[in-house]
Write a protein that binds this ligand. Structure first.
Ligand code: LLP
Length: 385
């Protein structure tokens, strides 16, 4: 046992693999339910895109959260895991016909609609089935978030959502259509947001829009503020559970809900990031001319976040307590971006040691690829080992 890992249990398992600490996952879910539960009308969905491992999904579903899906595949995965279809919300700029039909057949709670052409298709497909699709409009609030450019989504220049100035027109259009029912507004400004001021900016913008709609006697039953709460990548041991209290309290304090309105959240990263680690084995120590490399058997195919977003994942040598040495930790893929960390201090590592790349439960396993004809990494939960 070193730190939080019982590595005896990892012996004999083919590396690299994802390990999910289900005790931590359950504690995280309990914290979400406790903090959101303090506010009347708060409803939390889990953004399936962060991690769709069936065993992880099953635990999340048991906690009572709803499911936020962005594809037909995610709708299927959430239904298989046991999420009630009445708690499924479905977003995405490019929903294909079969995906819309699946959502209609399953009577999901709501389609988050991102354009008029999409609205027309949903109306038509619902009409073919003699159904009425519940829809919310995803509004682009033009609110920036202090996070990586690739993961901000709420700026006017992003492809997501309907422009604010078009909001009333689209609601008007929808009211003329027979097979859709307008039930709410949807927003999402980005991901890995740690500065509560960003969420306050979103609240202020929504308050303005709501005043405008009220002026036109348009009733909105549901407000969905998306997800985005960040986690501590630097200190996964010290801060294993994100600050859900500040997050939900910020919305309670700054968003003016109107009569009976429900407030929906779609949290992904904050639910699953800290419970997951990518476990990899040191293959070789290579002395370069200016650096020392630890070459490991996991690559960017298993965890693409460092290569794609220059993201930092803390790396721990869970096999050794020897004094630190400095390494570039790199994978075996034929790309020079296949680097997990540069010049980090690690307990001295040798061939065969296990390393844990921490905070990898969100956007890790699910973003893995088979580039270089590699096998996809498997995911194990505590109970299996
Ligand atoms: N709702 C919508 C509409 C979203 O687009 C997203 C994430 C979420 C909810 C969940 O956001 P979260 O609570 O996880 O921040 N692959 C990137 C993150 C992409 C996030 C995309 N949208 C990464 O690894 O950092």
């Amino acid at each position: 046992m070193k730190g939080k890992f019982n590595i005896d249990k990892f012996q004999g398992i083919r590396t690299p693999f994802y390990y999910y600490d289900t005790n931590l996952l359950r504690q995280t879910l309990a914290s979400i339910n406790m903090e959101a539960g303090k506010h009347e009308n708060f409803i939390v969905h889990y953004a399936i895109k962060a991690n769709a491992n069936p065993k992880v999904l099953n635990i999340i579903c048991q906690s009572g959260l709803g499911a936020d899906c962005v594809s037909g595949g995610e709708i299927k995965a959430s239904i298989e895991a046991g999420f009630p279809t009445s708690k499924i919300v479905y977003a995405g700029v490019g929903k294909s016909d079969w995906e819309i039909n699946l959502g209609l057949d399953k009577d999901i709670f709501c389609f988050n609609v991102e354009s008029i052409p999409e609205l027309e298709v949903i109306n038509e497909l619902a009409g073919n089935k003699g159904k009425i699709a519940k829809i919310a409009f995803r509004i682009n609030p033009d609110v920036g978030a202090h996070t990586h450019a690739n993961i901000t989504t709420g700026l006017a220049e992003n492809k997501f959502g309907i422009a604010m100035r078009d909001m009333e027109n689209v609601i008007e259009e929808a009211s003329k259509m027979k097979n859709v029912k307008f039930i709410g507004l949807h927003f999402h400004i980005g991901s890995q947001i740690l500065n509560m001021n960003d969420f306050i900016s979103l609240c202020n913008r929504i308050n303005e829009l709501q005043d405008q709609l009220e002026g036109h006697h348009i009733k909105v039953e549901n407000i969905n503020v998306g997800g985005g709460l960040g986690i501590s990548y630097d200190h996964p041991n010290r801060e294993p559970i994100p600050d859900f209290k500040s997050y939900f309290d910020t919305y309670a304090r700054h968003l003016k809900l109107r009569n009976g309105q429900k407030l929906h959240f779609e949290l992904g990263r904050a639910v699953v990031a800290q419970c997951g680690s990518l476990i990899t084995k040191t293959l070789y120590i290579k002395q370069g001319s200016v650096k020392q490399f630890a070459i490991v058997d996991a690559g960017m195919t298993d965890l693409i976040r460092p290569a794609l977003y220059q993201a930092y994942h803390k790396i721990e040598n869970i096999s050794s307590d020897e004094p630190n040495e400095t390494y570039d930790v790199v994978g075996p893929i034929c790309e020079s971006s296949d680097v997990f960390a540069k010049a980090i201090d690690l307990n001295k590592t040798k061939r065969g040691d296990l390393l844990a790349l921490r905070s990898a439960g969100a956007y890790g396993e699910i973003m893995a690829s088979q580039y270089n004809c590699r096998q996809l990494p498997k995911g194990y939960i505590t109970e299996e080992l």
